[in-house]
Design a protein around this ligand. Structure first.
Ligand code: ADP
Length: 289
């Protein structure tokens, strides 16, 4: 049986939204993008993400999910349109977000604690070394790495490294968390533990999360809404699907429930249909050449 994360208080409070109607945390309008000026990657993408919402991007490899996530993180530009985060365009100011990638991106010459301290320093110019070390320890304890503060990435397993990367992203204190296949390289048990860690963090704090995955069970377990990216001749288009499955119940019961299994099947059917449609379009257009 998988032992879930123990409940611990998170070190930095993220305030609840004050308004009853949640504001849009992210607004993307008319995003077009091509890396080389010829092959279009994204085609006129519009997307609103509410404060506190958990959004998952799914779709076949190569259809622009990571590219779009990097745009939200301010790490990639775009050709047309705009992305507004907290009311400000990403063109005007680097968005405030914590980012987790699949490859951990820890500095190998720094311990787990020093990796988190380095991130904390950027936002906490007035805190002493000792205070920063304590906050880093709190976050690493939260992700069950309290015993590994002084370990270097080379001395940690994949799951430990990803826990450290999550601790670092959380420690920024931003309420926007962007995660690009964060559990893709982990064994199934560690993956389940980290999914539950994310569920726990969500239950305690009002973080808005955008999360890329290929795993349909992970997507349904975590998401309020799934955005399916479908390939197309003029770049990927997206479709938004609300997840109608009630959360907060026992994981195994949830996965065995009729509502979970029937939604899973309809989601897979929808994704398959979109891929088939895009292949049919390309074949019929190719046949005319
Ligand atoms: P996904 O996340 O859906 O797998 P990506 O956003 O990684 O898709 O990639 C979308 C497309 O853009 C792919 O065809 C990929 O090869 C291409 N691509 C990704 N990054 C770059 C880059 N830095 N330069 C050129 N092409 C890229």
């Amino acid at each position: 049986m998988v032992v879930l994360q123990r409940e611990v208080e998170l070190p930095i409070e993220i305030p609840e939204p004050t308004k009853r109607v949640r504001n849009n945390k992210i607004e993307a309008r008319g995003i077009d993008f091509s890396y080389d000026g010829t092959t279009k990657i994204l085609n006129n993408i519009d997307l609103d993400v509410k404060e506190g919402e958990f959004l998952v991007f799914m779709g076949p490899s190569g259809c622009g999910k990571s590219t779009f996530l990097r745009m939200i993180a301010g790490l990639e530009g775009f050709d047309n349109g705009d992305i507004i985060i907290n009311g400000t365009s990403v063109k005007e100011a680097h968005p405030d977000s914590g980012v987790v990638f699949q490859d951990y991106s820890l500095f190998p010459w720094l311990t787990a604690q020093a990796n988190v301290v380095l991130a904390l320093k950027q936002r906490n110019k007035t805190k002493s070394k000792k205070e920063l070390a304590q906050i880093a320890e709190d976050y690493l304890t939260l992700v069950n790495l309290g015993h590994a503060l002084k370990k270097y990435p080379g001395q940690m397993s994949g799951g430990m490294k990803q826990r450290a990367a999550i601790a670092r992203a959380l420690s920024y204190g931003s309420d926007l968390l962007l995660m690009d296949e964060p559990f893709g390289a982990l064994d199934p048990v560690t993956r389940i533990q980290l999914q539950d860690l994310i569920v726990q963090i969500r239950a305690q704090q009002n973080r808005t999360v955008v999360f890329v995955t290929h795993d349909v069970d992970e997507a349904i377990y975590l998401a309020d809404r799934i955005i399916i990216f479908a390939p197309g001749k003029n770049g990927a288009v997206t479709q938004s699907i609300e997840v109608p499955v009630k959360k907060g119940t026992n994981r195994q019961k949830l996965f065995e429930s009729f509502e979970f299994r029937s939604f899973r099947e309809s989601l897979l059917n929808e994704m398959n249909e979109q891929i088939l449609n895009s292949i049919k379009t390309e074949v019929s257009e190719g046949a005319g050449i």
